[in-house]
Design a protein around this ligand. Structure first.
Ligand SMILES: C[S@@+](CC[C@H](N)C(=O)[O-])C[C@H]1O[C@@H](n2cnc3c(N)ncnc32)[C@H](O)[C@@H]1O
Length: 311
């Protein structure tokens, strides 16, 4: 296990070396070749890192908060499989707004990072079904390829607010709004800058599916959002979320989604202000990731269901 963790984190440092020598858009492709690149790195061309330095860098990258979130698993294990998310030191969230997208029918990459892929369509449909089960006013965060947004629209919500940070993606969201008048686009801005504009107790449903904008938030970004959106839900409002970039890694460590949810999600949901009886369930949904997917390889994905009780 430790060998894997060390190799994984060394990969991250290797990416740093790669980034200095290759165009940024090549980096996600490099993820598949990281092990080979470690071998290829010329002894004189790359800095050698001591184990102490690796540990120190890991602590900076994850911070105490994320190390705590899964107390049964050594934090070092989690370092092994991120796919080149930039460190907080070098990539501020707001930079995401201006990064260019690369979109085709099957996938969306932003700044060379794989952000969304077509195989997620049935899973997005399930999340949309949950989020729209009350009808009414639904908030979606993360427009991506419009897959979940299209599914949400098929349930004909009265209002469909969509928050999106990236400028290129937001332009497509504006087009989507022209074809779907119940859509209210918010952005291009981070949800962190838009959420205050949503009235308290006004939402009937929420679907959160964004992308971690740096390594530090890979496993925890959803909880910051969930903590802030609880007040925006009306009593009885329903919420679901996904973070496949995290779950793809965590699922290697837990046999069942129930166990994973209890150990890695529940404590954070409680800390975010949800009551135990509001956290209804998390169930498995079948998925079929394509072989080019760098962030997910399991045959099920998790659908959490949270229903707000009284204020
Ligand atoms: C995984 S994609 C969403 C995919 C979408 N559910 C679909 O079905 O196509 C994540 C999206 O969240 C956006 N995003 C990332 N961080 C964000 C933030 N803090 N606020 C708003 N949008 C964000 C990204 O630009 C990207 O478009």
């Amino acid at each position: 296990m430790m060998a894997t963790a060390r190799r994984g984190f060394t990969q991250g440092l290797t990416f740093g070396w790669v980034r200095q020598h290759r165009p940024a858009r090549c980096v996600s492709t490099m993820a598949r070749k990281a092990q080979a690149l470690i071998q290829m790195t010329p002894a004189t061309g790359a800095r050698q890192y001591s184990w102490g330095e690796l540990q120190g860098a890991r602590n900076v990258a994850y911070g105490q908060r994320s190390a705590n979130f899964n107390t049964k698993t050594p934090a070092s294990k989690l370092d092994g499989e991120y796919h080149d998310l930039r460190s907080k030191d070098t990539f501020e969230r707001k930079e995401w707004v201006g990064q260019s997208e690369e979109l085709d029918n099957d996938r969306l990459d932003i700044d060379g990072h794989p952000v969304m892929q077509r195989w997620e369509t049935p899973y997005m449909g399930e999340l949309a079904k949950v989020a729209t089960s009350n009808g009414g006013r639904v908030l979606e965060v993360g427009f991506g390829m419009a897959i979940s947004a299209t599914a949400v629209q098929s349930h004909k919500p009265k209002e469909h607010i969509i928050m999106e940070a990236n400028g290129d993606v937001f332009k497509r969201l504006q087009q989507f709004q022209k074809e779907n008048p119940s859509v209210t686009p918010m952005g291009p801005a981070l949800w962190q800058d838009s959420i205050a504009k949503v009235e308290d107790n006004s939402l009937d449903g929420v679907l959160y599916d964004t992308y971690p904008l740096n390594k530090e938030e890979q496993h925890i970004h959803q909880f910051e959002f969930l903590g802030q959106v609880r007040n925006k839900l009306r009593p009885g409002g329903i919420l679901t979320y996904c973070n496949l970039t995290s779950l793809g890694v965590l699922k290697n460590q837990y046999k069942t989604w129930e166990e994973l949810f209890e150990k890695t999600q529940l404590p954070h949901l409680l800390e975010a202000g949800f009551k135990r009886d509001e956290i209804k369930k998390a169930y498995a949904y079948p998925v079929t990731p394509t072989s080019d997917c760098e962030y997910y390889s399991h045959d099920t994905a998790m659908v959490p269901v949270i229903i707000k009780g009284d204020n």
